[in-house]
Design a protein. Structure first.
Length: 184
């Protein structure tokens, strides 16, 4: 059954699809997904790791050694570790964030879920996430996997993106609309 949903059109999508197929066939979707989640968090929190993945001046061999060390220290599964090595050798580490997003989408499609990206001004509590998940499940009619992001600039409220649909109830947007209405 086809689960790519057009993801293969991009370079990062082709890499993610290859990883997805290997993980699916090896019954390692959960372990690879967990490792990619750790990598995603590490990219968000570590400027050094982000520099490693995005710097064009780091050579293939040095990048491969560095990602192998990072994978070992983060206790990533073997398939994800090998995947990082391939990315380093092919000088594609800069695409890692897009590959992680594409992989998550492929896994969600495989499970029959819809992915939603939720941006809030402050981290959401477990209760808030549960309530939001239930509301989104009711709205879209299927299971929803939520990726959260914190952006203090929205001031309050939420911005929810499901595919191409965006629900923006942020205070920043409301204030901007009010300012536009007052200008006439």
């Amino acid at each position: 059954m086809e689960h790519s949903g057009g993801i293969q059109a991009s370079l990062s999508g082709r890499y993610a699809f290859a990883l997805f197929e290997l993980a699916r066939d090896g019954k390692a979707l959960d372990s690879v997904g967990a490792s990619l989640s750790v990598l995603k968090d590490t990219l968000a929190q570590s400027d050094d790791f982000k520099a490693l993945t995005s710097s064009p001046v780091i050579g293939r061999d040095d990048a491969a050694k560095a990602v192998a060390a990072v994978a070992k220290s983060l206790k990533l599964d073997q398939l994800t570790t090998n995947f990082l090595g391939v990315l380093a050798n092919n000088r594609r580490l800069f695409e890692l964030p897009a590959m992680i997003r594409a992989f998550e989408t492929l896994v969600s499609n495989h499970k029959g879920e819809t992915r939603a990206e939720v941006t809030s001004a402050h981290p959401l509590s477990a209760d808030q996430l549960t309530t939001l998940t239930q509301q989104l499940r009711t709205r879209v009619g299927r299971e929803v996997a939520i990726d959260t992001k914190v952006d203090p600039d929205i001031l309050g409220g939420l911005v929810v993106q499901i595919g191409s649909q965006m629900i923006d109830s942020s205070i920043r947007t409301r204030l901007n609309r009010l300012a536009q209405a007052m200008r006439g």
